[in-house]
Design a protein around this ligand. Sequence first.
Ligand code: DGL
Length: 263
Amino acid sequence: MERSYENYIGVFDSGVGGISVLKECAALLPHEDFLFYGDSAHNPYGDKTPEEVLSLSMAAMEEMIRGGVKALVIACNTATSIAGKDLRAKYETETFPVIGIEPAVKPAALDDSGSRILVMATANTLSQDKYYHLIEHWGSNHTIIPLPCVGLAQRIEQGNLDGEDLMELLEHLLSPYVGKVDSIVLGCTHYPFIKKQISQIMGSDVPLFDGGAGTARELKRRLGVAGLLSDSRENGRIVFRSSVNTEEELRLYQWMYGQPIEE
Ligand code: DGL
């Protein structure tokens, strides 16, 4: 990538999912410029080996750093769980913040909706120490049920959010838990795009929690600490890049950006 994104904030995911986090970041920081990079050519990360996830994440981060970004958001739970520590050790400095995302177990546990929390995420996210630490810390008074959603991010990646096959997979995954959980954590950044479909199956009274808004707040805080917040009064720019470098893919990214992520 040519060096033309100085003062942009880089947001990276294994594909389109991170666009849900980008939306939260841009809503909270409307005067910042954002460069989104999706590694759709290598999606999904959810069932790759840790070595593969680390090396793909490093390649994507370096691509954005070459582009000149001033900070980086790892908008992928899988990449953060597996590689976040190594990525921060390698790239983060006092003046170059690197922010990761984690499944929103904390807000779900602090909410008073009830003690049974279903955590939807990739198999990789649910098998990492980071996840175990999270439930150890926040879930001790709760029943936390991990649900590896194999294949779900790939379906969302196609962009056919109302597709029958997506709904069938979702029903297959969720039907055993209907009426049996009090809240749901969307522990993969692709899932906020199908909140409506999840609520259709689980009931609209079951609250859904995702890590996007918390990540955006942490980004703002860290930019402030590093003295990197934009002083522009203009609306920021949003640029999309993908490892699937076609017009069609970039149109899909733009379209996803226009999709609602609120329930
Ligand atoms: N968006 C990624 C996450 O938040 C996962 C999708 C994938 O499997 O690549 O975990």
